[in-house]
Design a binder for this molecule. Structure first.
Ligand SMILES: CC(C)(COP(=O)(O)OP(=O)(O)OC[C@H]1O[C@@H](n2cnc3c(N)ncnc32)[C@H](O)[C@@H]1OP(=O)(O)O)[C@@H](O)C(=O)NCCC(=O)NCCS
Length: 179
């Protein structure tokens, strides 16, 4: 599978040694602030298995992200087929989740820019979307910094959440292939 790199990061396939760190991340309230609940170990393990399957079936997915300076696994950034139906699907989403000690260093933006180049140059995608709950301002800022644009007419209620849930209202950002 493809391996990407940026000045500070390597985006690569998942290794078994990433899993304990990923399990701990998904039990960190700072990482999971905008998710309905913390994840069990089983849910995190299933998630990594699904990421690997998605790569095997599609040739792209959510990459494990590693720091070049010390090979530390710090989370994921990548693109995925949106796994539910909504007004904007079928679509390919770009997404990210990092360990909280690495927030605020520009890593998500740096990795996401490289992933978009991969989406355009290697996969020849026409468009990539991203979405998050309305109050997740850090994630929205990453979307804006990589050139994505929100149209309020695209806002939607997440189909897997009750419509009255505090996280239900989602914003959608889009970016088109520049070529
Ligand atoms: C979203 C996430 C990946 C961002 O990663 P990151 O490496 O810290 O992102 P960057 O440093 O590249 O950029 C973050 C930007 O958001 C801004 N930001 C952070 N917290 C913010 C807040 N509460 N309100 C407004 N802006 C905020 C930062 O200032 C920065 O913008 P700037 O460069 O203009 O100053 C990280 O916070 C994370 O993993 N969160 C938990 C998981 C998650 O919510 N994933 C997204 C689900 S849709």
């Amino acid at each position: 599978m493809s391996k990407l790199q940026t000045p500070r990061l390597i985006l690569r396939e998942w290794q078994d040694s990433d899993i304990p760190v990923f399990v701990a991340m998904n039990q960190d309230p700072k990482v999971m602030e905008f998710f309905p609940e913390l994840w069990s170990e089983e849910k995190s393990r299933d998630c990594v298995a699904n990421f690997r399957k998605h790569f095997a079936e599609n040739g792209f997915g959510f990459f494990a992200v590693e720091l070049k300076e010390n090979q530390e696994f710090i989370g994921f950034v990548g693109i995925l087929k949106v796994p539910f139906e909504s007004h904007f699907t079928p679509a390919i989403e770009i997404g990210w989740r990092l360990a909280s000690k690495h927030f605020g260093k520009g890593y998500a933006t740096e990795a996401a820019r490289e992933v978009l180049e991969f989406a355009w140059d290697e996969l020849h995608l026409k468009e990539v979307v991203s979405f998050t709950t309305e109050s997740n301002l850090a994630s929205r800022r990453v979307m804006e910094k990589i050139g994505m644009v929100r149209d309020v007419k695209d806002d939607f209620l997440h189909p897997k959440l009750d419509e009255n849930h505090r996280l239900s209202k989602h914003v959608l950002y889009r970016i088109a292939n520049p070529s």
